[in-house]
Design a binder for this molecule. Structure first.
Ligand code: FES
Length: 160
């Protein structure tokens, strides 16, 4: 049975009809085709699915979409200015996205959207005062390629 869901996604109001058991991750990827948010483990272990709900980072795989009624959800597509239009020519990258490029904060890139959403939250929530503090905050975002040192450098760079 479908249920109504109203929320804002990347600044746009949406009126949706969803199954009550669907996760925010599956809603974003499968129903809305916002595939920047990645499914790694689907069990809250890897951070690849990290998005912001009302400015707080959450693992979207552990969040039932129904619980975001009335909330503002931001995905990696919404971080770049004009990003969700899909027009690379006019989109302006978020400073954290620029910093990940500058510091090589990725190799394969699969974990990168989640890393960047956590990195933005890390600074916003005031947990980027030292490399150790950043590592602690970012510890839920796994990178199989081991780009951790460069990710910390990118966050320190944006923090300054
Ligand atoms: Fe959500 Fe791994 S896919 S934490």
């Amino acid at each position: 049975e479908q249920m109504p869901l109203q929320l804002t996604i990347n600044g746009k109001a949406r009126q949706l009809s969803i199954e009550p058991r669907v996760t925010l991750l599956d809603l974003l990827r499968e129903q809305l085709h916002l595939t920047g948010t990645k499914k790694g483990c689907d069990h809250g272990q890897c951070g690849a699915c990290t998005v912001h709900v009302d400015g707080q980072r959450v693992n979207s795989c552990l969040t039932l979409a129904m619980t975001t009624e009335g909330c503002a959800v931001t995905t990696i597509e919404g971080l770049a200015e004009g990003g969700e239009s899909g027009d690379a020519a006019t989109a302006r990258l978020h400073p954290m996205q620029e910093a990940f490029i500058k510091h090589d904060g990725f190799q394969c890139g699969y974990c990168t959207p989640g890393q960047i959403m956590s990195a933005v939250a890390c600074i916003r929530e005031g947990h980027a005062n030292s490399p150790d503090e950043i590592r602690e905050y970012m510890s839920g975002n796994i990178c199989r390629c081991g780009a951790y040192a460069n990710i910390v450098d990118a966050i320190m760079d944006v923090k300054q």
